[in-house]
Design a protein around this ligand. Structure first.
Ligand code: HEM
Length: 129
């Protein structure tokens, strides 16, 4: 059952990681869709944080301790958490702010970069834990 839960969480987490990068890339090519995409990318960043957290909750529920990770794995996880905080904050800010075309492109580029940095960090978390 524990493995099934991990697999289901990871399916959501992996697909949503692709969605985060995909939405940011789409917004750079489709200016007309940007305000709708900003809402969706905010939801996707929040979901990514929740599914990420669910890995730890599942381990704790079954084993009464948090995942035992050290060094580079902790650093990679920290980077991922920072990406979620920055990505969600930026997406929410984008929805409220009245930005020029240049500023919009900058924000979407940063959102795309945050998604890619988090994806790269996931590889380090995977192989150093
Ligand atoms: C609060 C933030 C996050 C937490 C707590 C978190 C946590 C985790 C955990 C525990 C794993 C399993 C690691 C393993 O298999 O050893 C994982 C895998 C993964 N995470 Fe995250 N994550 C977060 C954010 C993100 C973000 C923002 C992305 C990308 C946009 C991302 C992409 C991935 C991917 C692709 C994997 C699968 C790696 C693999 O098995 O090769 N994560 N994450």
């Amino acid at each position: 059952m524990q493995n099934l839960l991990y697999a289901l969480i990871q399916s959501l987490h992996n697909i949503n990681a692709a969605v985060i990068a995909g939405i940011a890339a789409a917004a750079l090519w489709q200016p007309d869709l940007r305000s709708k995409l900003a809402t969706w990318v905010a939801v996707a960043w929040a979901l990514q944080g929740l599914t990420g957290l669910s890995f730890g909750i599942t381990t704790y529920a079954y084993e009464r301790h948090l995942p035992d990770i050290h060094g580079i794995a902790v650093l990679a996880l920290g980077i991922k958490v920072l990406c979620v905080v920055a990505g969600l904050t930026l997406a929410l800010f984008y929805r409220k702010a009245n930005l020029s075309e240049k500023q919009q492109v900058l924000v979407w580029r940063i959102l795309l970069a945050l998604g890619l940095v988090a994806l790269a960090s996931a590889a380090f978390l995977r192989w150093y834990s």
